[in-house]
Design a protein around this ligand. Sequence first.
Ligand code: GAL
Length: 956
Amino acid sequence: MSAPYWEATLVPTGVEPPRSWVAVDDTDAGALSLDGRWDFRYGRRADGSDLGDFVPDAITVPGHWQLQGHGQPQYTNVRYPFALNSPHVPEDNPTGEYRRSFAVPAGWDGGRVLLRFDGVDSCARITLNGHELGVSTGSRLPVEFDVTDLLSDGGQELVVRVHQWSAGTYVEDQDMWWLSGIFRSVTLLHRPADSIRDFWLNADFEPATGLGTVTAEVDAPAAVLSFPELGLEAELTAGTASSIDCGPVEPWSAERPRLYTGVLRTAGESITVRLGFRRVRVEQGQITVNGNPVLFRGVNRHEWDARTGRAVSAAVMATDVELMKANNFNAVRTAHYPPHPHFLGLCDAAGLYVIDECDLETHGYLIDEFTSTPENPVLQPEWVEPLRQRMQRMVERDKNHPSIILWSPGNESGAGPAVDAMLEWVGRRDPSRLRIYEGDKSSRHVDVYSLMYTPHEKVRALGEYREEPHADAAADEHRRTLPFVLVEYVHAMGLGPGGLSEYDELFATYPRLQGGFVWEWIDMCIDPGDGRWLYGGDFGEELHDGNFVADGLLLPDRTPSPALADVKAVFSPIRVDLANVKDGSIGVHNRHEVLDLAEFTIAWRAELDGECVFQVQEQLPPLPAGESMELAVPAGVLAAVAPGPAIASVHVRILSGAGLEVTRNAAIVARPADHALAADGALATAGSALLSGAELERGLESLWGVHSLSPRLWRAPIDNDRSFSWQPRDDFWRKAGLDQLTHRHENGPEGITIHSTPPGLEWSLVTRIAGTPLPATGGATGGLELDITQDFTGEPPEHLPQIGLDVALVDDYCQLDWLGLGPGEGYPDTGQGNTFGRHQAGLQQLTTPYVYPQENGARAGVEWARMSSAQGRAVELRASRPVSLALRPWSTEELAQATHGFELEVGTDRHLSLILASSGVGTASCGPGILDHYALGAVKQQVRLQLSPGRQDVTA
Ligand code: GAL
C-alpha cells in the first residue's frame, strides 16, 4: 500500500512554478477574493471517513478551525506534539474539509485562470469541480494552481481538504501554537493573454557615485518598465536580465525608505511596481547598506492576533509596523516563517530592514545547541529538494522587496545538507542580499555569524574576535571574518528584560557587533472572545509549554508592556545627556546610520513642582550621523526655573519631522533646601518623644490607614526567576524560605521591632521602626517621622529578590503622585524609558497585567509621594533616600498564587510595597540571568520617612 499523500508529499504537487507575489490592488488583471464564509465539516481521520455532512457557511476563511469551535489549540515550544516517526503522523489527525462555490467574473476572456492559496496549515488536497488540482505543503508559503481547463460553464465548486498533521509537520516545529486550516487568503486570479508571469526588479545603489541601476528580469512578452519620476522607459526582453541605468537616485534605507513607484506593462497587464535602490554588502567585516554600517535595533515578529491566531488582518500588520517605527526599531526578523507578503510591503514603505526567514524548524530533533539526532529531517536526503524548494518559494515570492536585506533558511534546525542546499541555492539566485542562519555554528554557508541569547561577556569576546575557535579550522577562519548579529536576545517574558543597556553598550563599542533582535514582539495568547488571555494548557492539552508562549513586548491585546518604552529609550537613534544642563548645555549624540538632525526638533520644558512654567521648541542643527555635540540650553529655560521654593526640572523631548517622539529626558536642576530629608539625619525629635510601639501602630493606623506591616524579602516570582529559567532564582529563594517568613512583632517603649525568620532556619531579618510625632502646622493634623532599619542576623542567603516592607492598608487608595522615576515601572536593570520628575498614576496604571501574574508595577527612585484614597484620605511620604513603591490591590501572596491575570480581582484591599532595595530582573527565562552588579545581597537598609496628612487631590 502506498503512503497516503499527507505522509508522502514533501513538495506541493500540481502547482505552478513560484513567482513574485503581487497584491490584487497592484495589477489591473482581474482577481476574485474567495475569502469569507465557507461550508465546513470536521473529523479526526485524514482519510475523511468520519467527516459527516457539510455545514453550510460554517467557517471563516482566512482563519484557523481551532479558533472557530473545532478541535483545540495546543502550544508546544521545542517538543513535537507526537512521537517522532517521520514521515508518519498520528491516526488521530484532525481534518477539515472546506467547500464553497463561486462564479468566474464576467470579462475574464482569454489567458489563464490561477487559484492562489497564500497559506494553508499544514497540508491540503484541493479539488475543483470534482478534479483534483494537487496537494499543498509548506504552511506559510503560497501555492498556485492553473484551473483554466477545469472551470465549468456554470458555477464552480472548490473543495479543500486540510490536515492538521502531515509529513510537513516534521519541518514546522516552531515555538508557537499548533493551529490549522486555510489561514491566509484564497484568490482566483485572471492572467490575461500576454500578462506578466513573473518579474524581478533588483535596484542597486552605487554609494560612490549616487547612481542607481535596475537589473530587471521579466517572464513576459514585450514588457515595458516605466518610472516617470526617473525619466525611465525601458523595453525588457523576456528570458534575459536587463541592466538599466537610472541615473542619480535617492537611496533606500530603513531611516529614509525612499521608494520610486512605476509601472511594468505588457499588452495584457499593468503592474504597479516599486523600487528601493540600495546596496547590501559585507565590507571590512561589517554589514553595510549603501556603504554605511548597520546596527540592527530589531525585533522578532510572529504573526499574531489573540482572536484569530496567525490569520492577521492588514490593519494588524499596519499597527505592528507603525508601533515598531514609533518605538525606534529599524529591523524585524520574520520568526520563523515567511510572513504574509503584505507585511513586507509595509516594511518597504515604512523603513524596516527585514530578515526574511523560511518555513523551517526541526527543534525537537536537536539534542542541544550543537548536536541533533540522526533522524533530523535536515540530514535526510529526501528532505534536501523539498527544503531547497521552500527556500526558492520564499525567495521568488518576496524578491521584489527592498526591505529584505537578509535571507534565512529557518530556525533551530541544526546543520545538514538540506540547509546547505537552501543556502547555496539562494547564494546563487540572489547574491545581492546576505544570508544568515544561526543553527549551523560553523557559519560555513552564511555571510553573517549569528547566535541567540549569548551572555554579555561572550558577546564582548565576539566583538574582540576572541570567540572560542570552531573545531574545523577552515570554518573558524571564515567565521572570524564575519560580522556578528544576535538573532534573538533579551527575552521579553513577563517583567523585564534586564540587561538591554549593557548589550547596547557592547554594540556601540565593537564594530563587529551589529545589534540584534529582541525576542519577541507580542505575547501569543489566545483570547477566546471574553478578554481572557489563555496560554498553553488552558485548552485541556496534556502536552504543552504553559505561558512560555507569552514573551512579547506587547501584551496579547497589543497594549505595550513597560518593556517597550525601555527598548524605545535604549534603541533611540538620538541620545540626550542632561548631566550639565544646570551649566547651560546638554549633550546630543546622533546615533543614526544616515540621517543628520536637521529634520528633528527639540522641545524644552521647564517645570516648577511639576507645573510647566516655560516651553520652547527649536530645530536641531544638522549634526551628521555618528557625531556628538553640546547644545546650549535656551536662556528662558533656566531663567524660568531659577532656584525658588520648588523643585525645578528641565525636560526635553526630541521629535521627528513627522512629530513623533524619538526620545525624552529630564533632570532636576534645583530643589528647595529643606526638600530632601538628609539621608544620615536623626529623627527630628529623637530621644525626647520616641513613640512606643503601641503608639506608633495607632499613629500609623489613624494617619495612613495601616492595617499591618510585614517585612518582605521575597517577590511574586517573575518569569525570569521561575524554575524553567536559565537561572531559577525563585527555587533558590524558596529553599531559603524567603516566601515563608514568619514574623514576631515586639512593641517596645522605643518603637516596633519585627523579627522575620524562615521556617527551620536560624537567620532572621530584623526590622526596627522608631517614630516621633511631627508637629502640626497651620491647623493641619501632625504627621509622623519614622526611622526604619532592616538588618540581618545569622547567615542569610547570598542573593535576595528585595528588602522592604509590605504595608496592608484599610483605605482603598486609588492614586499615587510621586517625585521619582516614571511614568512606568522600574527595577534596577529596567525602566530605561523612565525619566526623573513628578508623575501621577491611578491604581490600574500602577500595575502591569502580565499574562502570568508576577511582581510588577514598582515605581523606582521615589523621594516624595502622595497616596490618595477614594474616601478622601491623602498621605504624603518624604523619604531620606530614593525608595521604590508598588501600590497594588493584591497582596504579594495573592499575586504569587494566581496563574492568570483574570484570576485577580480588584476589591477594596490595598497593599503598598515599600522596597528599600531590589534585585535586577535579568532575562533568564531564556538567556543570561541577573548581571552581578544588579544582584542584591543581604545588606542592611535604612531610611527615614516623614508621613503627613496630604492635600486630597484625586484626579485619576
Ligand atoms: C529560541 C527560539 C524561539 C523561541 C525562543 C524562546 O530558542 O528560536 O523560537 O522559542 O527561543 O522564547
